[in-house]
Design a protein around this ligand. Structure first.
Ligand SMILES: O=C(CO)[C@H](O)[C@H](O)COP(=O)(O)O
Length: 227
């Protein structure tokens, strides 16, 4: 079976009626959202969801989920999201879909976070996947040069028709190859010191459990013991 599907669906085992659930973005969480849409058809199973992107809002709405917002709930009980790379310490690169800023706000507001991936995302050291960094479009050329001084050649992400990719927040994404990222906190902090950088795709203290799907149908579970 599809490894992303296995992981995405498995995460719904952690969802209980009455919860406020944060929903990430991407093709793995698609399966989570679809399964939740089936679960709410059962009697006495009600949840509210907070979405990390317009794409996820559209999906959640299609599958009949009750979409809420930060202003309407006190806290998020559980968030389920994908990743582009994940290591044994549950340090993560996210933002392949361009939703990293909202994803980080939701993850950092959630009591418990589950990361769902297929095994191709599991790495020993982060950095093969170019790190997405969300930047303000105003002055992005200057921001890009300052990021490059940290040891990369940042590339502005392209969208459709040769136009720049624009995030749901109206910003640009710069994709940055830094080589092996052995100290994600240090890199993240240095990037965040640059005026114009809004958020980085490095997540290092959010995930509680990773569910890693395998095409054979099994799911490997990694729990967070170190951050
Ligand atoms: O960070 C993300 C979006 O910004 C996604 O979680 C990440 O790109 C993984 O996506 P997929 O599950 O489609 O492989």
């Amino acid at each position: 079976m599809h490894a992303k599907r296995i992981a995405g669906e498995k995460a719904t085992d952690f969802v209980e009626s009455g919860m406020v659930v944060g929903l990430g973005t991407g093709t793995t969480v698609y399966w989570t959202i679809k399964r939740l849409g089936e679960m709410i058809k059962k009697d006495n199973f009600h949840i509210k969801v907070i979405c990390t992107s317009i794409e996820t809002e559209v999906l959640a709405s299609k599958f009949g989920l009750d979409i809420t917002s930060f202003g309407e709930v006190n806290s998020i009980d559980l968030t389920i999201d994908g990743a582009d790379e994940i290591n044994q310490n549950l340090h993560i690169i996210k933002g392949g879909g361009g939703a990293l800023f909202r994803e980080k706000i939701v993850a950092s507001s959630s009591k418990f976070n589950i990361t769902v991936v297929d095994e191709s995302k599991s790495v020993s050291v982060l950095g093969k996947f170019p790190l997405p960094v969300e930047v303000l479009s105003f002055g992005w050329e200057v921001t890009s040069k300052k990021i490059n001084d940290l040891g990369t050649v940042s590339v502005r992400r392209e969208g459709l028709n040769g136009k720049p990719f624009i995030t749901d927040n109206g910003n640009y994404i710069l994709d940055c190859h830094f080589g092996e990222i052995n100290d994600p906190r240090f890199l993240h902090k240095n990037l965040k010191m640059i005026t114009g950088v809004i958020e980085t795709g490095l997540f290092f203290d959010t995930t509680n459990i990773a569910l890693i799907g395998n095409p054979s149908g099994s799911v490997k579970v990694i729990s967070n013991t170190i951050s």
